[in-house]
Design a protein around this ligand. Structure first.
Ligand code: C5P
Length: 293
């Protein structure tokens, strides 16, 4: 039988810049951030089915538990879209996971964005990615970026997006320490810091955006305010960041709210850098994914 399955890629993201600029009326933190897609990706397959169902095929990605039932962001995305269009969209969604959860790599958000795009294609709904942005933003802070991909500056909760040229092609080393970090706890730890310690990433969003527009990504442009919160929670993360730089990364930063770290590699063999980091956690060599949706 001919397969009618549709495949949608759900790439991981890193935040090349992340600044907390204040608070939003709903209590969330206001951000000025720069997202960039990686080649590392989950994959979602969709096909028509009698009822909507999610199957998860996990590999060795590790991290926090991912719910299989209605709590999964993929099913929440499907339900939200059904509400939006006012009818059921019965679909078998098969998710092949490669992105560790709770790592700050945006895996759950990427899966949800892929589900939205897959469902509109499979059911030939007259909606485009732009029309899905408000719904995506309600599902999670990083879902809107998953609809756009490539590189974007994000404001608000990260859902007010402005496309940027992608980073130059270069290897990116990821270090996953083997445990996930709940986003909420990292923000809470950040709130508890003295104000003078809260902004190690100050100015990074403007620096990175400017550099990308010139086709560059100097390691010194990167920054992430949430490192202060995550490292207050888990001091080992600061040590791992130094270990990555000692291993040959030009700069190493926290991915979003952590727990994973990413390092830029220039003028060195990324596999040799990765080998030096073995024993510190799961190490993976990937690249920026320069193509958006
Ligand atoms: O967006 P997500 O659901 O992953 O966020 C988890 C928690 O992290 C939120 O409930 C909130 O406490 C905190 N958060 C925040 N400001 C943001 C994003 C997340 O305070 N911009």
């Amino acid at each position: 039988m001919k397969s009618t399955a549709l495949r949608v890629s759900a790439p991981a993201k890193v935040n090349l810049a992340l600044e907390v600029t204040g608070f939003l009326p709903d209590g969330y933190h206001a951000l000025d951030t720069v997202f960039a897609w990686l080649e590392l990706a989950d994959e979602l397959e969709l096909e028509p089915a009698p009822a909507t169902r999610l199957q998860i095929e996990s590999g060795t990605e590790g991290g926090l538990e991912v719910p299989e039932g209605e709590g999964n962001l993929v099913l929440q995305a499907a339900r939200a879209l059904e509400q939006e269009v006012g009818r059921e969209l019965p679909t078998l969604l098969r998710l092949r996971r490669r992105i560790p959860a709770g790592a700050g790599l945006g895996g759950g958000s990427a899966d949800a964005a892929a589900a939205l795009l897959g469902l509109i294609r499979l059911h030939r709904l007259p909606l485009g990615p732009r029309e899905l942005l408000p719904l995506a933003a309600r599902l999670g802070s990083d879902v809107a970026f998953g609809l756009m991909g490539g590189a974007c500056r994000g404001r608000g909760r990260g859902e007010r997006l402005q496309p940027l040229p992608p980073p130059p092609d270069m290897p990116v080393v990821l270090l996953f320490p083997g445990y996930g970090l709940p986003t909420r706890e990292v923000y809470r730890a950040w709130d508890g810091l003295p104000p003078a310690y809260r902004h190690p990433g100050a100015g990074s969003a403007r620096r990175v955006s400017g550099a990308l527009r010139e086709g560059r990504l100097p390691p010194s442009a990167l920054g992430n305010d949430l490192e202060a919160g995550a490292e207050a929670l888990v001091p080992e993360l600061a040590e791992l960041r130094r270990a990555m730089e000692e291993a040959g990364c030009r700069a190493a930063r926290l991915c979003g709210s952590g727990s994973a770290l990413f390092g830029l590699v220039e003028g060195a063999d990324p596999d040799a850098v990765a080998r030096r980091l073995r024993g510190r956690g799961d190490v993976l060599v990937t690249r920026f994914r320069r193509q958006g949706r």
